[in-house]
Design a protein around this ligand. Structure first.
Ligand SMILES: *Cc1c(COP(=O)(O)O)cnc(C)c1O
Length: 237
């Protein structure tokens, strides 16, 4: 068995156990394989194990490997990095999901640039749930305004929220942040018929290798795992 296969089986087992312990269906939680900085050959190997959703942070890195994988027609690319407004076109043209939306201007540009031949771009709003200065994401109090804007952009489909919690080992602080994310999404779901009629609010992207059990216990529907599948990253473009 290859290392990627062993890793993949192990992480899948961890997710299954976490779902079991939290009383949620395994199908409720998607694994996003974070392949940033890793070559197309590794993505293909993981795809061949059954994985379909891949996360990328760096545009040039992602665009470089996509042509080699063009034969994998049901692969799903998620952009999960910071995005400058002059780089939105590549995301609009090559990705299925944009998980790190935090600005109006990025939303309108993605909407304008999404090709008519493609389905609407799935969007998650990144929330700065720990309300740390200097941290990416919109403050919890500002989520509704951005969600309203995305709801009104026809080439975007608002699917939910994403966060990177505080970098801490304190389990209770992490749990509190995950819990507040779930509450934020629930609030939006309750207001959906009136406030977000075009949205499909089914996704809460939270939980990484160190905290996926906690995230799933608090309602995550997508965990993002890189190193524990593909190994340590040896460069950082
Ligand atoms: C890199 C990254 C991950 C995965 O991190 P690993 O430590 O490699 O598992 C998850 N989410 C985001 C937003 C990332 O940038």
């Amino acid at each position: 068995m290859s290392t990627i296969e062993e890793n993949y089986i192990r992480i899948d087992q961890r997710i299954s156990n976490a779902c079991h312990n939290s009383g949620v269906e395994r199908a409720h939680v998607r694994l996003l394989a974070v392949s940033k900085t890793k070559p197309a050959s590794m993505v293909r190997e993981c795809y061949n194990l059954g994985q379909r959703s891949f996360g990328e942070n760096y545009l040039q890195d992602a665009l470089g490997k996509m042509p080699e994988l063009a034969d994998l027609t049901d692969i799903e690319w998620h952009f999960i990095g910071p995005l400058q407004s002059n780089k939105t076109r590549s995301v609009a043209e090559h990705f299925h999901w944009m998980e790190t939306l935090e600005r109006d201007r990025i939303a309108t540009r993605l909407n304008d640039q999404r090709p008519a031949s493609m389905p609407a771009l799935n969007v998650l709003i990144q929330v700065n749930i720990s309300e740390e200065e200097q941290k990416s994401g919109v403050m919890p109090a500002d989520v509704a305004a951005l969600a309203q804007l995305v709801n009104n952009l026809p080439r975007l489909c608002l699917r939910g929220l994403m966060c990177i919690p505080e970098d801490t080992d304190n389990q209770e602080r992490l749990r509190d942040q995950f819990r507040r994310m779930q509450l934020l999404l629930e609030e939006m779901q309750q207001r959906q018929p009136l406030d977000y009629p075009n949205a499909r609010l089914d996704t809460l992207s939270m939980g990484m290798s160190g905290d996926l059990e906690l995230a799933i216990a608090e309602g995550s529907t997508q965990v993002r795992i890189g190193t524990d599948i593909f190994g340590a990253r040896d460069y950082h473009p």
